[in-house]
Design a binder for this molecule. Structure first.
Ligand SMILES: NC(=O)C1=CN([C@@H]2O[C@H](COP(=O)(O)OP(=O)(O)OC[C@H]3O[C@@H](n4cnc5c(N)ncnc54)[C@H](O)[C@@H]3O)[C@@H](O)[C@H]2O)[C@@H](O)CC1
Ligand SMILES: [K+]
Length: 493
């Protein structure tokens, strides 16, 4: 799914309006999508306090008020008593509710939290273009202190669609954000996304030709995209059809890391799977994963990485940074040109030796925020981090998978794909090792690298979501996630 900027969304709204639907009817469609969703999901709540601004976001609020009232809910609407200048469509919808005697319309200052009503924020949407005034800040701070369910329409008021906010900004803190047609970038970054609660994207049939023809660097990985990428296994095939994955890692005390990568590669469908690890890992690897072949290298840490033909390497899990291991990695990179997945200590070694130029083109690196910083330096915030990642991905012609709550795949063509599967139960040592195995396996099965990255992060998160469902976020382990990979493939096929 494309992510458009606020000015592109505005244009998209205008183009849609230019092609036959009036703006007031488009607002009606948007409000209907919201009120239908609210009716289904807030059945047991009787009352709603709806805070409306003066622009079209407020207009949505007035129309939602009318529709929820018609569905039998108690409604109070609150408006800015110091500003009676409304946008045209907002004014029409305000006039419509003025005719309904059962809907109370009051000033913001008249709001008293004297009943258990759900609060709906229709103050500002994508039209916000400057910091909020003190009056709005005070109102939002007051609303944020109230313990009741809160819903934002389109965007939590105080957030901009596609940029960072000052860290002291006041923002409405929603439990649900009902947003129209597109994710907004700010929903996907940690500094701003924390205000959105659960995000519900409501389709309001904006003009498809405009959306298809609009250029953007930013995308959300959705199931439509995944279903286009996923290649079901062919019946007439053999193990050679599904490639050769070689997982390289492990050191004394950290054999589990490469074990999990290897197992993940197998569970993702790799045809032939090898592990290069030090001898101390032989017994555990061979007994835990009889399907994988073991190639030893060193006693307690890797001292050589053998080059094999037609293989895809995933290097780094549990690797350690011993002098001999560093040398082995650099030597390997000097002599190998195929795509590689580099993670964990492989990334740290490259950062410390500043040998990033050795990474073959079209390789994948999977840094978490701290590893990214070691590689490319500090940034002020996560929006800047994405921009720096785009620049580096292009410069080095590699794919950067920036691991975070919403992991982002950054391509050498400077496209950014945000992942929305996954959960905080995956914030545990070992999850990254699983991702390395999945990615290596998908690339070895001849998925295009970009597709492998997109599919890999989605699959990893989805398996994590299934593991959390069964075991809880607290108790789930990366090995539980590996055991759920099969269920994700079943879900897809
Ligand atoms: N026909 C359309 O264009 C549709 C618009 N929709 C709604 O309309 C919203 C966008 O509406 P608008 O463009 O009217 O904008 P908003 O309602 O978000 O903001 C209203 C106006 O307030 C002003 N403003 C910006 N920052 C301010 C600040 N800090 N303090 C005070 N005033 C400020 C701006 O002039 C802005 O246009 C969307 O988020 C969505 O909710 C939906 O109804 C779908 C269709
Ligand atoms: K809003």
């Amino acid at each position: 799914m494309k992510i458009l900027s606020s000015s592109q969304i505005k244009q998209c709204d205008s183009v849609t309006i230019g092609k036959g639907i009036s703006s007031i009817d488009l607002m009606e469609r948007a409000a209907k999508a919201c009120s239908d969703w609210i009716e289904i999901n807030f059945k047991i709540n009787k009352g709603f306090s709806i805070f409306c601004g003066n622009g079209n976001n407020g207009g949505d609020g007035f129309a939602i008020a009318r529709m929820l009232y018609e569905k039998g809910f108690d409604i109070d609407v609150f408006i800015d008593e110091n500003n009676f200048k409304f946008s045209d469509d907002s004014k029409i919808n305000l006039d419509r509710i003025k005719k309904i005697s059962g809907i109370g319309i009051k000033g913001f200052s008249e709001f008293e939290n004297n009943r258990e009503s759900v609060i709906i924020d229709a103050l500002f949407g994508y039209g916000l273009n400057r910091e909020l005034s003190d009056d709005f800040n005070d109102l939002i701070e007051k609303l944020n202190e109230i313990h009741t369910s809160k819903i934002s329409i389109d965007i939590p008021t105080g957030l901009f669609a596609d940029r960072i906010i000052d860290e002291h900004s006041t923002v409405f803190k929603a439990d649900f954000t009902l947003t129209f047609q597109f994710y907004k970038r700010s929903f996907l970054h940690p500094e701003t996304g924390r205000f959105c609660g659960k995000i519900i994207v409501l389709n309001i049939d904006l003009d498809e030709d405009f959306i298809n023809g609009t250029k953007t660097d930013y995308f959300v990985i959705d199931e439509t995209l995944i279903k286009n990428i996923y290649k079901p296994r062919k019946e007439f095939s053999h193990k050679g059809t599904y490639g050769k994955s070689i997982l390289v890692g492990g050191s004394y005390g950290k054999i589990g890391a490469v074990l999990m990568s290897t197992l993940s590669a197998l569970r993702t469908g790799s045809g032939l799977t090898f592990t290069i690890a030090p001898k101390c890992g032989n017994t555990v690897l061979q007994s835990q994963i009889p399907e994988a072949m073991f190639i030893d290298s060193g006693e307690n840490h890797i001292n050589k990485i053998e080059i094999q033909e037609k293989a895809v390497y995933g290097i780094g899990p549990g690797l350690g940074k011993e002098k001999e291991t560093r040398k082995a990695l650099l030597e390997f990179l000097e002599n190998y040109t195929g795509p590689i997945v580099l993670d964990a200590d492989a990334i740290n070694i490259l950062a410390e030796t500043q040998r990033l130029n050795l990474i073959p083109e079209n390789s994948v690196i999977t840094p978490h925020p701290l590893e990214f910083e070691r590689l490319f330096g500090k940034t002020e915030n996560s929006f800047e981090k994405i921009e720096l990642a785009k620049q580096k991905a292009e410069e080095l012609q590699i794919f950067i998978i920036l691991k975070d709550h919403h992991t982002a795949v950054v391509t050498p063509g400077k496209k950014v794909f945000y992942n929305i599967t996954g959960n905080s139960g995956m914030a545990k040592g070992g999850s990254g090792d699983v991702l390395t195995g999945i990615l290596t396996s998908l690339i070895s099965q001849r998925y295009e690298i970009e597709e492998a990255c997109i599919f890999g992060v989605w699959l990893h998160g989805k398996a994590g979501d299934l593991a959390a469902e069964e075991f809880s976020k607290e108790a789930m382990l990366p090995t539980d996630l590996i055991n759920k990979i099969g269920d994700v493939f079943k879900y897809l096929s």
